[in-house]
Write a protein that binds this ligand. Structure first.
Ligand SMILES: Nc1ncnc2c1ncn2[C@@H]1O[C@H](COP(=O)(O)OP(=O)(O)OP(=O)(O)O)[C@@H](O)[C@H]1O
Length: 607
């Protein structure tokens, strides 16, 4: 179990987000101070207007001038709202994008998170579908909080101004203004537990719904084959009903709090009005009609602010839940990873996008050229099971072909994944040219190593983009890699050739085509170590043989001498192997050349 990292308070994280783009934030805040505050000025104009009607005006302007001033102010206000909406949208989008970017980076860089993303709070694996609710709902929740801060700041500043004005009109009446605020704070304190509990439950229910959606769409065939459509739909309905319940409860609490805050401020206003009417009637009081109008006008800003403050306090509690949820996915690092200042490359306010940094082209260092790779006592067991691999040791030499074989479930894939750092080894060591590999996940990448899993992942982009993934290579080189991967005949049948769209939005590729395209993606990078997980699962005998012949024949034409580590059951591959590793129940059962293994055992090993 991972040690829980130090908890960072949510307001510090929000502050870090605010500091990400200080200029944009300041511009946005200034605009929102004006948007929230400009409507306070008409109050002064209205007083002068009324006082000019009753002949008590201080400035001696006609009512028409006051009306024109009011109109100009309103137009200014509209313009400010327009500009404020633009900056707010830009800022909001930047905030949630930064959170999403940092969470994604952490998930990609954390080797233990690659096979399964674990929510460390509940020690539960999070599926691909479930992760959506973290990236969408929690990021938006935090974005909301940052956006509210500047709006609240604007409201707060003008509330102070309004308070000064109210105090100048009547101190006694102004003191009543604070009654609703005291009530709001007391209610939030009491409701905190429920706000957080209901929000957490509603997020978890959403997570379950997005999770099952993801699973349903990735297993359509399996569901149909098993005739389980009705059962799956029933389960989906049950999860939706549960979500419905908890969402209603969460929204109800929100609405209830909103209405309590609103009603409290309304009651406060009522009390003040009563007091004002008493004061106006008293001959001793010098409260004018204009003063009264000004008081009521400004009062609405102050009560509005208290109302917003109450809602923000509830929102803040919900934001704490979102930070906690996202942090639970970070596996061992603190929450400030989420708000770290990293470049985003988004369009700025003028619509210009900063240039993307040049993609680092993999260049192999002479010292990194593979001479030997040694695995020493590698052990990994899946959590809460005794399945996995135990004490695996062997060595492979430059330019050799090592084949891992064995029955289903004997630990072949696990061995490759532990070697490549896709699963965290629990003991043992890996040496590249005798040097200890400290961080396999970041070490076994091109140009040192490349890997094709049993079911490779391609993107819904063109064939060229899938092969290059940002690499700078010309068409000849792409064609050469495709040819080496025995893809030339498939390419010939595709009308758009290398511009053919593949995946969900384009041509549907067969399992074998997928594997060969993924192989071409490896070859173009000319890595020192080629790792394949069972090409034979999707390639016929001739195609696989052709692929191996091309890899080995290539050595004479090119300087590139790849070393191969592959899982296979095919005799044609086993007979070519310099070394075979036979796996059984997670351990090495036999090791050597094909004839040596047969000699030692004297029996067929069910290859
Ligand atoms: N995520 C996992 N959690 C728990 N156990 C697992 C997990 N993945 C694999 N295993 C178990 O670990 C053992 C080794 O699995 P592995 O996939 O490495 O076998 P394999 O030899 O590659 O099988 P195959 O030939 O079917 O690909 C199996 O018993 C399998 O059930």
């Amino acid at each position: 179990m991972l040690l829980a990292p130090k908890k960072i308070q949510s307001w510090k994280l929000l502050w870090n987000l605010i500091c990400y783009q200080p200029k944009l934030y300041t511009t946005d805040s200034l605009l929102w101070i004006l948007i929230m505050g400009l409507p306070a000025i008409p109050g002064l104009i209205i007083r002068e207007f009324f006082d000019s009607l009753t002949g008590k005006a201080q400035f001696g302007l006609t009512p028409l001038v006051w009306i024109l001033l009011l109109l100009a102010l309103s137009l200014g206000h509209i313009g400010t709202i327009f500009a404020g909406r633009i900056t707010k949208t830009q800022h909001r989008f930047t905030m949630s994008s930064l959170l999403r970017r940092n969470l994604l980076e952490r998930l990609l860089n954390n080797p233990t998170a690659q096979p399964v993303i674990v929510n460390s709070d509940v020690e539960k694996a999070v599926s691909q579908g479930e992760i959506i609710s973290y990236f969408r709902d929690d990021a938006e929740q935090i974005e909301d909080s940052v956006a509210w801060v500047s709006e609240l700041l604007g409201e707060g500043l003008f509330t102070v101004l309004c308070l000064v004005i109210l105090l100048s009109v009547n101190v006694q009446m102004t003191l009543f203004v604070f009654l609703p605020l005291v009530g709001t704070i007391a209610i939030i304190q009491k409701a905190e537990t429920y706000i957080k509990r209901y929000r957490k439950a509603s997020r978890e229910a959403t997570e379950k719904v997005t999770g099952i959606l993801g699973e349903m769409f990735s297993s359509v065939q399996a569901i149909k084959v098993a005739g389980a459509e009705q059962d799956v739909l029933h389960h989906f309905r049950t999860l939706n009903d549960k979500r419905h319940q908890v969402m209603v409860r969460d929204s109800l609490l929100n609405s209830l709090l909103d209405s309590v805050f609103q009603n409290m401020t309304n009651l406060g206003t009522g009390l003040i009005l009563l007091l004002a009417s008493v004061l106006i009637q008293r001959q001793s009081s010098n409260l004018t009609v204009g003063d009264f109008a000004l008081f009521i006008y400004n009062l609405s800003f102050i009560t509005g602010f208290f109302n917003s403050l109450g809602r923000f306090m509830a929102l803040y509690k919900q934001t704490e839940v979102s930070f906690e949820r996202m942090t639970a996915l970070l596996s061992g690092v603190t929450a400030d990873t989420l708000v770290a200042k990293k470049p985003l490359y988004l369009n700025n306010l003028r619509g210009r996008k900063p240039p993307l940094p040049p993609l680092e082209q993999p260049q192999i260092k002479e010292s990194d050229r593979l001479k030997s790779l040694t695995l020493s006592n590698l052990t990994y067991h899946y959590p809460d099971t005794n399945q996995g691999i135990t004490d695996i040791s062997f060595q492979l030499q430059r330019g050799s072909l090592t084949v891992i074989t064995g029955r289903i479930g004997s630990g072949k894939t696990t061995l490759l994944r532990v070697l490549l750092g896709l699963l965290p080894k629990q003991s043992g060591a890996i040496y590249w040219n005798g040097r200890l590999v400290e961080d396999p996940a970041n070490f076994f990448v091109p140009p040192r190593s490349a890997y094709t899993p049993q079911i490779p992942q391609l993107f819904s982009y063109t064939l060229r983009e899938n092969i290059l993934l940002g690499l700078e290579k010309d068409d000849d080189e792409i064609e050469k890699a495709l040819k080496m991967a025995v893809f030339e005949q498939d390419l010939a049948t595709m009308n758009a050739k290398m511009e053919t769209l593949v995946g969900a939005k384009g041509v549907r590729l067969s399992g074998g085509q997928l594997q060969r395209l993924a192989a071409a993606r490896m070859f173009i990078r000319q890595p020192e170590l080629l790792v394949f997980d069972d090409l034979s699962s999707a390639l016929d005998v001739e195609t696989e043989l052709a692929l191996w012949l091309r890899i080995f024949n290539n050595r004479s034409e090119d300087n590139w001498i790849p070393t191969c580590l592959v899982i296979s059951h095919r005799r044609s591959v086993l007979s070519r192997a310099d070394q075979i590793i036979v796996m059984k129940s997670g351990a090495i059962a036999a090791q050597g050349k094909l004839d040596e293994i047969f000699d030692k055992k004297g029996q067929d090993l069910n290859f």
